[in-house]
Design a protein around this ligand. Structure first.
Ligand code: UDP
Length: 162
């Protein structure tokens, strides 16, 4: 009898998502996130300092667009999110669509960037590209939340606490 109670539990994965400044579509994007089955485990609106933005995107520091990217990211509040779902990293990348909204509109017309990005720089949303990045960026933005990971807190509760 008891054996029936024992099953396999695959813990849901987490990713860091950002609604970038100036999107004007924050609420719609949050609705989309939930409609696509993600749990919003943490939510925080933050204006990044230049130092934080540079650190956040340090992997891109040698790219020609790095300066513009940092300027963009510090222009106003970013909505920082921890999204929880099975396969969250890849699912969120798919929900965002390609970096370039022109390409997004061609290949993924339902994606968030196809619908809400202004151009390749101001492309509305960010998402970690792999689990290591997700772990590092969640820690960078939210600190140590590992003790909260077991019980993925209900979205509303998490949002109301900010
Ligand atoms: N970006 C840009 N020009 C480019 C490529 C990227 O301005 O040619 C910006 C854009 O905001 C992008 C961010 O830099 O989201 C990070 O680039 P990445 O290649 O990591 O794209 P992502 O992972 O965000 O799709």
């Amino acid at each position: 009898e008891a054996e029936k109670e024992i099953g396999f539990f695959f813990p849901p994965e987490q990713t860091l998502a950002v609604i970038k400044p100036d999107t004007q579509h924050k609420e719609v994007i949050l609705d989309e996130i939930r409609a696509r089955g993600f749990t919003v485990s943490r939510l925080k609106d933050t204006v990044l300092s230049r130092e934080m933005a540079e650190e956040f995107y340090k992997e891109h520091r040698d790219e020609p667009f790095f300066g513009q990217l940092v300027d963009y990211m510090v222009r106003g509040p970013c909505t920082m999110l921890v999204l929880t779902k099975e396969n969250a990293v890849d699912e969120w990348r798919a929900a965002m669509g390609p970096t370039d909204p022109g390409e997004a509109r061609e290949t993924a017309p339902e994606s968030l960037r196809a619908r809400f990005a202004k151009d390749i720089l101001q492309n509305a949303v960010h998402g970690s590209s792999n689990q290591t990045q997700a772990h590092d960026k969640i820690h960078f933005i939210f600190g140590d939340i590992s003790s909260e990971n077991e019980a993925v807190s209900p979205a509303l509760e998490a949002e109301e606490s900010f």
